[in-house]
Design a protein around this ligand. Structure first.
Ligand SMILES: Nc1ncnc2c1ncn2[C@@H]1O[C@H](COP(=O)(O)OP(=O)(O)OP(=O)(O)O)[C@@H](O)[C@H]1O
Ligand SMILES: [Mg+2]
Length: 283
């Protein structure tokens, strides 16, 4: 059986399997071919290729995930199957794996802490594309906890659409919140797809620094408020994951404002998916 951990984020899909891992932008696009094209009909694209459709004025580009939740079912389905096909293809170098390996998949998918109500809907969307043997939906930051081999910790995951803060006791989520400010807050003013360009982080240092300072004001305040509601806050290690902690100066800014250091996974943006994968291998 193939084990898979899947984290479909607002900005990027992260997927880890026995064969390796993939990451691609959470974008879905389609375009109707015109009178002068050799073939006719609708063409669809996912990930980086979907972003490239931006050069056609008649293309439709959709972000299927907002604040960590599916908002466009067709696009979300396309992201899920693309992720699974890509990770399986790494190992088997075949094209049409989807149908053949359906029943041989054990998958754990992560959702935001506040999105437990979306569980049934997510299950239905995924079942349209694959029929896994084992299947689980968990709070996505449980992935980071497991990736870091911890049992009791406060995990803060700075994503693109949301920042999740969840406290775990013996691997059980005891208290959590989703904050609606995340890296979009830092990069949105630089253009819709600026977060996809590495040059954004080198060419706009001044503006980014200002926004990092503001976002870290918000997040440190939320984290301190969060911890003040816990009985024994010193009992918990703090771990910060998600792509947001990779933005230059974010770590330093947050640590200064919090007045304490925290741990960061080796690959912060993949940490949720890595842990979800580890969970999938145990089922
Ligand atoms: N190498 C990098 N350097 C700087 N920042 C980065 C890097 N890689 C990713 N980021 C930042 O991380 C963001 C994406 O983070 P992440 O993939 O954790 O969000 P998400 O899971 O898609 O969103 P959400 O969890 O809110 O649904 C990017 O938009 C970018 O701002
Ligand atoms: Mg995320």
């Amino acid at each position: 059986m193939v084990s898979i951990g899947l984290d479909v984020g607002t900005g990027f899909v992260k997927c880890v399997s026995d064969y390796g891992s993939v990451i691609f932008p959470s974008l879905f696009a389609y375009r109707d071919l015109g009178k002068w094209d050799e073939s006719q009909g609708r063409i669809e694209a996912v990930g980086k290729r979907a972003k490239e459709f931006a050069r056609y004025p008649d293309a439709v580009i959709i972000r299927p995930v907002s604040e960590g939740r599916p908002i466009d079912e067709r696009g979300f389905e396309a992201l899920v199957s693309e992720a699974i096909i890509r990770v399986c293809r790494i190992g088997l170098q075949q094209n049409d794996l989807e149908r053949e390996h359906d029943s041989d998949i054990g998958i754990i998918v992560g959702l935001p802490y506040d999105a437990s109500k979306d569980k049934t809907r997510l299950r239905k969307i995924i079942a349209k594309r694959i029929r896994p043997k084992n299947y689980g939906i968990v709070p996505q930051v449980l992935g980071t906890l497991i990736d870091m081999n911890k049992k009791d910790a406060i995990i803060m995951s700075i994503g693109q659409g949301t920042t999740e803060i969840v406290a775990f006791d013996d691997r059980k989520p005891v208290f959590g919140t989703s904050v609606s400010q995340a890296t979009d807050f830092i990069t949105l003013g630089l253009g819709e797809f600026s977060y996809l360009k590495a040059s954004t982080f080198t060419n706009h240092k001044l503006e980014l620094r200002k926004n990092v300072d503001k976002l870290s004001d918000i997040l440190s305040n939320k984290l301190v408020g969060f911890m003040s509601q816990l009985d024994n806050k010193n009992h918990y290690d703090i771990v910060v994951s998600g792509g947001g902690i990779m933005i230059p100066e974010m770590k330093e800014s947050l640590e200064t404002k919090l007045g304490r250091k925290f741990e960061i996974p080796k690959v912060p943006i993949m940490s949720n998916a890595i842990g979800l994968y580890k969970l999938a291998t145990k089922k």
